[in-house]
Design a binder for this molecule. Structure first.
Ligand code: PEP
Length: 254
């Protein structure tokens, strides 16, 4: 049995005060909820304050990016060593980073190895763009991203990675993917590639989230799919009630 995981990607939103307020709202709304792992991913500037606002609650904390070196002359970057002091998760290879900041499969692979070496859980994002989707290349693109992202990662470490399947055309557009199709792609191109690289056990135990215009209304349709283990939520994670409602749907305790 895989424990579903719902992560809120706050992107470049929220001042420290706003982040603390949102965290308090999520914490209040999720009191005593079980059966689902919850992760908040604020901007770097709010990590420490959100950590404090989470306190003893069973809510995880993640960063949205990371560089792969431990330290050095890399102005503006944040290292796994620094993140490990603050949080447990890190989103890697988000499509906005691939699209706007030149992130490559190779870079994601280096970051994943560095994160794992420092005890962080990577949430590794993969997904095809609209042209690739229309050209029927989704399975090949997503499978290739998974294979590249896990290159040289040992089985023990690989077992700790969470994957987020996020079709790029569904992110922030209000047009979510079709749940049954997401289920098919995860089975074929994500669990299929993992099975090829590490065997069926690891493929079946790895958690794979869906991401792309998830909201409190459509979450239920994704949650019932056999291959989907929760969600990576952008826009709808910026308000406590919406995010809490998504988490409750995933937990089955609405
Ligand atoms: C995301 O940022 O990963 C995301 C899925 O965004 P949204 O939910 O807004 O589509």
């Amino acid at each position: 049995m895989r424990t579903p995981i719902v992560a809120g990607n706050w992107k470049m939103h929220k001042t420290i005060a706003e982040a603390v307020e949102l965290t308090r709202g999520v914490r209040r709304g999720l009191m005593d909820l079980t059966g689902v792992e919850v992760v908040l991913c604020p901007p770097f500037t709010a990590l420490a304050a959100v950590r404090e606002a989470i306190g003893p609650a069973h809510i995880g904390l993640g960063a949205q990016n990371m560089y792969f070196e431990e330290q050095g002359a890399f102005t503006g970057e944040i290292s796994p060593l620094m993140l490990a002091e603050l949080c447990q998760y890190v989103i890697l290879g988000h499509s906005e980073r691939r699209q706007f900041f030149g992130e490559t499969d190779d870079g994601v692979n280096k970051k994943a190895k560095a994160a794992l070496a420092h005890g962080l859980t990577p949430i590794m994002c993969v997904g095809e763009n609209l042209e690739q989707n229309r050209a029927g290349e989704t399975a090949r693109v997503v499978g290739g991203q998974v294979r590249a992202g896990f290159q040289g990662v040992g089985a023990t470490e690989a077992a700790r990675v969470v994957i987020a399947y996020e079709p790029i055309w569904a992110i922030g557009t209000g047009v979510a993917a079709v749940p049954a199709e997401v289920n098919r792609i995860i089975g074929l191109s994500i669990r299929g590639v993992l099975a090829d690289m590490y065997g069926e056990d690891l493929a079946q135990s790895t958690r794979v989230q869906y991401g792309g215009s998830v909201n409190p209304t459509n979450m239920a349709d994704f949650a019932v799919q056999s291959e989907i283990d929760g969600a990576l939520v952008g826009g709808a994670s910026l308000k406590a009630d919406g995010f809490v409602s998504i988490v409750k749907t995933v937990s089955g305790q609405t």
